[in-house]
Design a binder for this molecule. Structure first.
Ligand SMILES: NC(=O)c1ccc[n+]([C@@H]2O[C@H](COP(=O)([O-])OP(=O)(O)OC[C@H]3O[C@@H](n4cnc5c(N)ncnc54)[C@H](OP(=O)(O)O)[C@@H]3O)[C@@H](O)[C@H]2O)c1
Length: 218
């Protein structure tokens, strides 16, 4: 195992509800973490020191460059403006959702039944996109963490086309305090999008596997 596999540098894009929670829990889990918002690092410094102590504020492009794993925790409508060239060969965790009642109709994400993370992958074609963290509320990212073996440990779906990327992200999910349920196709992540039974429900691993078709579970 190399250093990237044991302690990857995590870049969280977005310092709002989801981004700040993910920055906190990944710092607590011992990862080196950078964080960015649409404002620059000077504007983020104070709030980061209070709300995400230990996370390093950076410009978005610098955070991406510094990260082995880049987490998307930005509003969906801001995604199309991200420059795909910055993400070459990065492992990208997509925690975003397309939920028209909340986000409004977004043409970029309207593509005949394709999952939103599949569209993210098409835009970031040279990255390895993994879908997870999207199907729990931001406050639950901290509150629902449990140690390995706890009977109530919450399951999180982890789906992507690149097996190594899925395994690395699953190890992060596990170290934070959730049970990863891995899927070897990004398409399978449709099963934990808004409107699906696994979305927003606190499920243990057996409960998750019961709801999401077993044929796609690895
Ligand atoms: N809220 C939830 O419970 C929840 C749960 C699961 C998934 N999600 C998904 O998570 C994403 C974020 O939701 P949220 O509730 O955390 O939103 P939020 O509180 O509005 O925070 C969004 C953050 O993204 C930053 N941002 C915008 N454009 C950026 C860019 N180009 N680069 C870096 N940062 C950028 C914003 O910075 P500025 O303030 O400087 O603009 C802000 O810090 C959404 O896609 C949502 O669907 C949300």
């Amino acid at each position: 195992m190399n250093i990237v596999e044991t302690s990857p540098r995590i870049a969280v894009l977005g310092a709002g509800r989801v981004g700040s929670a993910l920055a906190r829990v990944t710092v607590e889990a011992g990862y080196p973490v950078s964080v960015s918002a649409s404002r620059g690092p000077d504007d983020l410094e104070l709030i980061a020191s209070v709300v995400m102590p230990g996370a390093t504020p950076m410009w978005t492009a610098d955070a991406i460059a510094a990260g082995d794993v880049v987490v998307l925790a930005i509003p969906l409508h801001r995604f199309p403006a991200l420059d795909p060239a910055l993400f070459a060969d990065k492992i990208v965790v997509d925690g975003m959702n397309y939920w028209p009642p909340i986000d409004g109709r977004q043409e970029f994400f309207e593509r005949g039944g394709a999952g939103s993370s599949e569209i993210v992958q098409d835009h970031l074609s040279s990255a390895h996109v993994v879908k997870t963290f999207n199907h729990l509320g931001y406050h639950e990212i901290e509150d629902d963490r449990r140690p390995v073996g706890d009977a109530d440990r919450r399951a999180l779906g982890v789906a992507g086309d690149d097996r190594r990327a899925v395994e690395l992200v699953a190890s992060i999910v596990d170290r934070i305090g959730f049970d990863p349920v891995t899927f070897t196709s990004l398409r399978d992540g449709r099963a934990f999008q808004p409107g699906e039974p696994a979305f927003g429900n606190l499920l243990t691993r057996p409960q998750f596997l019961e709801l999401v078709p077993r044929r796609v579970a690895a």
